[in-house]
Design a binder for this molecule. Structure first.
Ligand SMILES: C[S@@+](CC[C@H](N)C(=O)[O-])C[C@H]1O[C@@H](n2cnc3c(N)ncnc32)[C@H](O)[C@@H]1O
Length: 371
């Protein structure tokens, strides 16, 4: 097997372009965005580098095989075409997940068992071994079936990349870290400018902005499935991790701050800031946005306010959106950005946004409004 793999960076709806631009910035080759992800080519070390550094991507996969499959026999043949004996030492815990949509093969459970059978049969044939104890490291294989097209993927990330390792408790409706990072990127804020989140909750937008400002790789505090794959050189991965530790410069974090009305959310934000290694870098204050007045140079107000999904909450949320507009008016020269699933956001805010971007927060269709 060549050292260069076909790879697939999974991306949430609407974030494919950001993931693609980031892969290009990281020096990856043959980068091509598609619905739901981005194709590229990379060797194992570069895949690890991507896992450490990608800010908006869900997971990084090796695309092991891909073809149209109209029957389980087609799937069996496709899985059998992968040189599993070069990727595995035979002790791995084979963990197969399957997703099926709009296809003839619509049973994830059957796809999982056919895939497993094909892997074991090929290992048996090609290595001569007969026992595969599955007591070793996790080997996560994903079968993706979409409109009869099947991808056999090896998940190099393990848990989703939005799990950076700094958040231990979720608080009220927190943003996924990858989405928070994308909102910071889509906003007019750039490192060095003031940024304030007036509804900061558990601090995700602030921490992601601070990572961006300090060039800190978001994945530094976690491990990745590929670190225990038998075909990777773990010493090489360790040295990539160390290089990335030294690239972060926390002194570059300035004027990133947050406030919230809820002291418990702020306690969690403080905990997360500490766990992200950013202690004393992000001032937090307990103050309702109705009373907030920010001194100094103008910058960007960015927030993920409550959306008022339940009808009973809608009125108070819309009042809050009105108060956000007066907060913005009290801060001439500042830009303002907010994400909400409420279609009445602009009307309550009292003004049309200059730019809008449709995104999903989990399963909720939202719009990111930029003023
Ligand atoms: C959806 S949560 C924000 C979650 C946050 N982005 C995170 O990652 O944890 C909305 C936040 O707005 C805060 N909030 C609601 N009304 C507020 C007000 N009048 N002033 C300031 N914060 C308020 C809530 O306390 C809550 O923490």
């Amino acid at each position: 097997m060549s050292d260069i793999f076909n790879a697939w960076a999974g991306a949430a709806f609407g974030l494919e372009g950001l993931v693609s631009a980031e892969l290009k910035r990281l020096g990856m080759r043959e980068v091509r965005a598609e619905n739901g992800g981005v194709r590229f080519q990379a060797d194992a070390e570069s895949l690890f580098f991507c896992n450490l550094r990608l800010r908006f991507c869900d997971r990084v996969f090796i695309l092991l095989a891909e073809a149209e499959c109209l029957s389980f026999e087609d799937l069996f043949q496709l899985v059998s075409s992968v040189p599993w004996e070069k990727l595995m030492n035979g002790s791995e815990k084979i963990n197969i997940s399957a997703h099926c949509a709009r296809s003839r093969l619509m049973s994830p459970r059957d796809c999982q068992s056919i895939t497993k059978k094909a892997i074991i049969e090929q290992l048996r044939k090609r290595t001569g071994k007969s026992v595969f104890p599955e007591t070793g490291a996790d080997f996560p294989v994903q079968v993706s079936v979409h409109q009869d097209r099947v991808k056999i993927l090896l998940n190099t990330s393990g848990a989703t990349l939005s799990r950076r390792g700094y958040r231990t408790w979720n608080g009220e409706a927190p943003l996924r870290e990858t989405l928070a990072s994308a909102l910071v990127e889509l906003s007019p804020w750039r490192p060095g400018m003031p940024l304030h989140d007036p509804c900061c909750g558990t601090g995700t937008l602030l921490i992601e902005a601070a990572f961006r400002a300090s060039h800190r790789a978001p994945g530094l505090a976690r491990s990745f499935a590929m670190e225990s794959f038998s075909f990777v050189d773990s010493a090489a991965l360790d040295s990539i991790r160390n290089e990335n530790v030294h690239q972060a410069d926390l002194s570059l974090i300035s004027h990133i701050s947050g406030s919230d009305i809820d002291p418990e959310a702020l306690r969690l934000a403080g905990l997360h800031v500490r766990q992200a290694g950013l202690e004393d870098r992000i001032p937090l204050s307990c103050i309702p946005l109705q009373e907030l007045n920010l001194p100094g140079e103008p910058g960007v107000l960015i927030c993920n306010p409550p959306y008022g999904e339940r009808l009973s909450d809608q009125r108070s949320c819309r009042e809050l959106y009105r108060d956000m507009a007066s907060l913005w008016r009290r801060h001439p020269g500042w830009r303002f950005c907010a994400i909400s699933s409420d279609p009445g956001f602009e009307q309550a805010f009292g003004r049309r946004a200059e730019k809008k971007r449709r995104l999903y927060n989990g399963r909720l269709e939202c719009v990111f409004y930029i003023y």
